[in-house]
Ligand binder design. Structure first.
Ligand SMILES: [Zn+2]
Length: 293
């Protein structure tokens, strides 16, 4: 079974001691993983990991007749919260764990990001997008919203220059995002990562050609069962967003890793009443298609 984790952060500090080991485990299981950058340093590290594993790409012997090639890939971008310098407390939805996140206040540098974007192992531009959820009391909200929108537009332009899809982060901003993606289309479309909207909102993104990334959030209860039922499997890709959002039934506080994407696949199989193998096969195919692999 070849699972595809389209959104992981093994390039983050939570894996600084054993990141390579974690990716090797995925690789040996025939998995594919996209490590996603949230700023320049983590984007670079995502590319470094992808190159480290570049020579390992092969068809897994356990999958007779399969032509799927496992691989480690990268996405590069600036997460919208990193446009502001400071720190904030991040509380995982329903996970009830708190993390203090320090942000750098990075500004978009076209030349630097163009160089990263052109790397052959970079399969998407992201994560980029809108985050209206983490504003704090003294924030100039209008200024920050505009900064996020302007930066997203610059990354959309970059994606179109290098002809790659986008990996979108969006929290509390789906209306603005839909407007932007409609008025400034990305030629290769992309993934709406960690989708937590309604199935009606989901359908609007699907109509634009986007895939929805589902992760551990869907295992925290039945809140997303309706969405899973209403959305055709061909529009879904799997992700972990590790080290965050550890899926159930794993214990709260366990560090999430790409291998645990199987629990997300299992939840979709249960709700849709189809086999785990079918979920793995179709979502991996979707990932390959949207990421141009
Ligand atoms: Zn992420």
């Amino acid at each position: 079974m070849n699972l595809f984790d389209t959104h992981a952060h093994v390039n983050f500090n939570a894996f600084k001691d054993d990141g390579e080991e974690v990716l090797r485990r995925c690789f040996e299981a025939g998995m594919s993983v996209v490590n996603v950058g949230s700023q320049y340093s983590t984007s670079k590290r995502a590319i470094e990991y992808a190159h480290k594993f570049a020579n390992f790409s092969k068809v897994q012997p356990s999958d007779e007749g399969s032509t799927f090639e496992g691989g480690i890939y990268a996405a590069i971008g600036i997460h919208p919260v990193h446009l502001k310098k400071g720190s904030f407390t991040h509380i995982d939805p329903e996970e009830l764990t708190e993390q203090e996140i320090t942000t750098t206040g990075e500004t978009f540098d076209y030349v630097k990001y163009l160089e990263l974007a052109r790397d052959e192992k970079v399969v998407a531009i992201g994560e980029v997008g809108l985050d209206y959820h983490h504003f704090e009391e003294n924030d100039d909200v209008d200024f920050l919203k505009n900064l996020q929108k302007e930066t997203l537009l610059k990354f959309i332009q970059l994606a179109n220059v290098v002809k790659k899809p986008v990996m979108i982060h969006c929290w509390d901003g789906y209306d603005d995002l839909l407007e932007i993606l409609t008025n400034f289309p990305v030629a290769k479309k992309g993934i709406i990562h960690s989708f937590i909207g309604s199935y009606k909102t989901a359908n609007k993104f699907i109509a634009l050609g986007y895939k929805l990334g589902l992760n551990g959030i869907i295992t925290y209860g039945d809140g997303y069962d309706r969405l899973i039922k209403e959305i055709d499997l061909k529009n879904i890709v799997l992700e972990t967003d590790c080290p965050y959002l550890t899926p159930r039934p794993l214990e709260k506080g366990t560090r999430n890793e790409p291998l645990f994407v199987s629990h997300v696949a299992q939840k979709i199989a249960d709700v849709k009443n189809i086999s785990l193998e079918d979920v793995a096969k179709v979502t991996s195919q979707n990932a390959k298609e949207i990421l141009g692999l």
